[in-house]
Design a protein. Sequence first.
Length: 339
Amino acid sequence: MDRFSRPGPRRLVPLVAVAAAAALALTGCSSGHGGKKAEQAAANASAGKANTPRMTVALVTHQAPGDTFWDTVRKGAEAAAAKDNIKLVYSADPNAGNQANLVQNAVDQKVDGIAVTLAKPDAMRSVLGRAERAGIPVVGLNSGLADWKKLGLTEFFGQDESVAGEAFGDKLNTTGAKKVVCVIHEQGNVGLTQRCDGVRKTFKGTTETLYVNGTDMPSVRATITAKLKQDTAIDTVVTLGAPFAATAAQSVGDAGGKAKVATFDLNKDLVKAVQNGSVEFAVDQQPYLQGYLAVDSLWLYKYNGNYSGGGVQPVLTGPAFVDRSNVDKVAGFAAKGTR
């Protein structure tokens, strides 16, 4: 089966059903060809570890140096790789051209599958076409929900950033916020723009956008501080990544103001910040799950011809809110680096 062939007409199924099907595939499936190999694969899957021939998967993201969000994505990918007898090759670069070169390296190495983020989808178009011509299946994760099918990817695992932003705006309406500044730490990243646009759509107060250089945290701190001093009406700083929330909290102190901080994304330090009240709440898109499902899906595709979401719908991993009401339940997992 090539990466674009599809089984006959099929109905879209709920994500719960997709998850159930995947679980069945892992715990007791046999291939359509039957025979001893299928029986062995089924028995092995039920034992929780694959004995299928070792395959190589490249995970290529737009991680910036120091962004711990991607450590959680990688842990999920590594867990799936260990279970599925996969050699995982991880690489990252926040520069879109450099990221495309990393994908090209994976194509040149003739890997068995590629999982890639699409923060700047247009920059990835050519190299993904080359992966297609080389017969290498590619799945998307985290960013690129609006573009994955147009770029020929087989599956996508992540959050609808527009929906997440709108939910964030609704949440802000319950906190008494009147004026917020949405801090974009990577200009040109479509997912980050969608988040701020979503907030602006549903938040009943005023929303401004502030661009910062996310690769220079002292500069981020100084820029937010200056904005808060310049506009004392800002009562909430919205950041788009957990490390930036901690920096924004420092900026609030530097500015001598009383603005609150709320953020997208989660890590163990952010969980502590929600617990102690320095951050109001966070949207969790479950990055561990994104990494895990992306890698696992390539194994399922190769050895059982499966398409999560039927190959036509994304598998959504968020949004979910973490605040004072539920943060203690999440804290144990965050301490292990998996939430």
